[in-house]
Design a protein around this ligand. Structure first.
Ligand code: DAH
Length: 357
């Protein structure tokens, strides 16, 4: 067999082998390796070419053509395999990344206002709609605003360490965590008078208060809303009218109220206010202990000493005031049995309350 023929046979064998290998390649990486193996600088085709140099010059063009054809055939086959593998790879990737668009999405957990805050906002809004201006005061108070200006005598039990959180202060005056929102009466009256000079003034003051207490119905921190109005000829009738409107608005139904004589140092006369039991409509149940009434707040006509402490002329002006416990009203409205639920922050409870708004 001539040298030329033997080279031709080698070329054909090489082509057959290479095409089979390309077709069998499983991925683009393998294919790249095969390209090097057959068409690379030190590849199989180059190896064959070395034999061409040894041929007599007349034979070289013939075999040269064969080599070129083989080269072209391999290149085309490579390209085709490459394209096929690319399509396959893409299909595999798409399959792997498949998204089930029919699944429900992951919703971001969204917070809600705490039920006590919701109650505070609701109550404040009702008074604000009646024309009361919203005021706030400091939670760290002095004795003057928390006690003295409110006509609370030095021997009053609330002034004892076991009832009130006193704060040791380096200054002369002892400070305390306010025990009620009533000191805002004093602060708001002073501020208002310095701006407007004279009543009328009507204020709602929501906020946090503190007492040394902890059981099923008491927490060392709780919330109150203080409401008061000072004007010419303000009477108990105004107090009762405002309360009636408030309770009906808050409970979203007609709620009967009654005032019982009571004593508070900062009001004269004073009254405790009961509402008809919202659970049994006054018939008597476990919650109202059979009485048909629920005690909800303290109220009265602002004591002349309180008005005098901020320089209001008690000959010309009078006022009513009341203070209510926010937690208690929210419990009554939402049917919450234990005050401590508000402060444990169990998300199951908070979630149930969060959707009530
Ligand atoms: N400050 C009282 C308390 O915390 C509640 C209160 C009673 C407020 C009578 C008032 C009022 O304004 O007139 O127990």
């Amino acid at each position: 067999m001539s040298e030329v023929d033997s080279l031709k046979i080698r070329l054909e064998a090489l082509q057959t082998e290479a095409l089979a290998a390309f077709a069998a390649a499983g991925n683009l990486n393998d294919l790249q390796q095969l390209r090097v193996q057959y068409l690379g600088k030190r590849g199989a085709l180059t190896e064959v070419l070395k034999g061409v140099g040894k041929l007599p010059p007349a034979d070289r063009p013939v075999i040269g053509q064969h080599v070129n054809r083989t080269k072209a055939a391999l290149a085309t086959a490579l390209e085709q395999s490459e394209a096929e593998l690319a399509v396959k790879a893409r299909a595999v990737r798409i399959e792997a990344e498949r998204i089930d668009v029919t699944l429900s999405g992951r919703t971001a957990a969204c917070g809600a206002l705490h039920p006590v805050q919701q109650g505070l906002d609701e109550m404040t809004a009702i008074f604000s709609q009646m024309g009361f201006a919203v005021a706030e005061g400091p939670e760290i108070e002095d004795e003057f605003h928390n006690f003295d200006a409110l006509n609370i005598p030095p021997e009053h039990p609330a002034r004892a360490m076991h009832d009130t959180f006193f704060i040791k202060d380096s200054g002369d005056e002892p400070m305390l965590l306010r025990t009620h929102t009533s000191p805002v009466q004093i602060r708001a009256m002073k501020r208002f008078l310095s701006e407007a000079g004279e009543p009328p003034l009507a204020v709602v003051a929501p906020g946090r208060v503190y007492r040394c207490d902890y059981d099923v119905t008491h927490s060392p921190m709780f919330h109150q809303v203080e409401v008061f109005k000072v004007d010419h000829d303000v009477s108990m009738a105004h107090l009762k009218g405002v309360l009636r409107h408030f309770f009906s608005a808050y409970f979203e139904k007609n709620v009967p109220i009654r005032l019982r004589p009571h004593y508070f140092p900062f009001t004269e006369p004073s009254a405790e206010v009961d509402i008809g039991c919202v659970f049994c409509a006054g018939k008597g149940c476990r919650i109202c202990k059979g009485s048909g009434w629920l005690e909800v707040l303290g109220s009265g006509m602002i004591h002349p000493n309180v008005l005098k402490s901020v320089g209001i002329d008690t000959g010309k002006f009078s006022g009513f005031a009341f203070g209510l416990g926010v937690e208690r009203l929210v419990m009554l409205k939402q049917g919450i049995p234990d005050l401590r639920l508000f402060f444990e922050n169990d998300v199951r409870f908070l979630r149930r309350m969060g959707v009530t708004k």
